[in-house]
Write a protein that binds this ligand. Sequence first.
Ligand code: BG6
Length: 496
Amino acid sequence: MTSSRFDVGAARCDLVIFGATGDLAARMLLPALYFLDHDRRLPEQVAIIGAARSALDDEGWRARVREWVRARVGEAFWDEAVWARFAARLGYQRVDANTAEDFSALAARLGQAPDRDRVFYLSTSPGLYATICQRLQAAGLTAGPARLVLEKPIGDSLESARRINDAVAEIFSEERVFRVDHYLGKETVQNILALRFANTLFEPMWNGRHIEQVQITVAETVGIEGRRSYYDGSGALRDMVQNHMLQLLCLIAMEPPSDLAADAVRNEKVKVLRSLRPLRGAQALRDTVRGQYTRGVADGQAVPGYLEEEGVAPDSRTETFVALRAHVDNWRWAGVPFYLRTGKRLPRRQTEVYIQFRAVPHSIFASAGAPPLEPNKLIVRLQPEETIRLTLMNKVPGLEDRGFKLREEELNLSLTEAHKKVRRRIAYERLFLDIVRGDNTLFVRRDEVEAAWSWTDGILEAWRESGEAPKPYPAGSWGPSAAIALAERYGHSWHE
Ligand code: BG6
């Protein structure tokens, strides 16, 4: 997006993926790289080396990658010629993060081409990030333009995030660190920047004088999908709110950056995070709701409750749902609540930003016995379909004896329809290109991660101290009724 520090076309780069046999590599990372190759966007000189503990050789890993990619991209995009080109880039090195010799072997392999850039992509447990960086350094692999990519989560609290960030900073300068939040790689999320800053229409009204409330919903129908060991120690606040949802909130709430340069954008986002009113103690208990799904129905199928999922302790207090009311304490947003809601096993997959404008100051239609005017709403649906809808009050055609009959109607822009022929890209495609290019605009800076943890830590602490269990909600519902009550207490209701 901005002028690159590294020359992408000429990129001669070894991309080493740690966690190369893991779920993310299988579902997202390798399919995204294949798609880039398919579209001739992956520079010729990019090699991909899988690193993991499994005892595999190049051929063994290639065979697995072939299966993953084929299953993910489908027959429409599967092409043997592309696969042959892609497979030629793939190699595998067995690396146990705790074994120094394995890093020497990796260095020996990479050392065969010392003129190449190196990118180390860590898709392992964050507990290994510091060790891997230290071992990479000890093996002489971090000099020159080496870059480091870190998957979320960066820790599970401010303190652990700082520890990881400190250890990383000893070895990699910040501009060489790419912290992934895959929501930023989604075109629909980037389109929020276009909607706000490539149009003059909304910006003058984008503030508390004109906006009554904002809601951000990330609803999923899936459960924990075999990720118990990660999820059970994490929960919805850490898994979704601390990162994806706060990033969405930042893009909605931030001031216009001067351009798309990495620091221009990230400076504005971090100001929003630092303006979040702390949610602690009694206030946090009042303005947050956490839930845990019980047995119910999802996507038409009977599904078990969270406590019945394999491996989950029968007394687990991990939340699979969070609803909360936040405030951004600055001039633009004073007095505007931001409602955030996310959960697993909700009735449908739906990622959406809902902006409700203030009511008209005086209705000239009121005396005619008409129902109250609905306020205008801007609804940006990001998933599964991409639409931008604006509701307006309209006159219903007809001859009224007195006054007007009015109804709310929508201006509806379906971006899915408008760009029907364009393949929906995996978010990681954009992110990989930016990593190779060295552009960190769509990656999260250290201070952002820490500001986000600092805010969510307050909530986690309040929950811990209260000793309360999450409220149950049946799978297939919109969460505990307390979430509805939370919005209603302030005269609002969730948009569904
Ligand atoms: C991940 C979370 O970061 O995002 C998952 O760990 C969640 O729990 C996923 O399901 C949602 O991503 P998407 O792209 O499907 O909205």
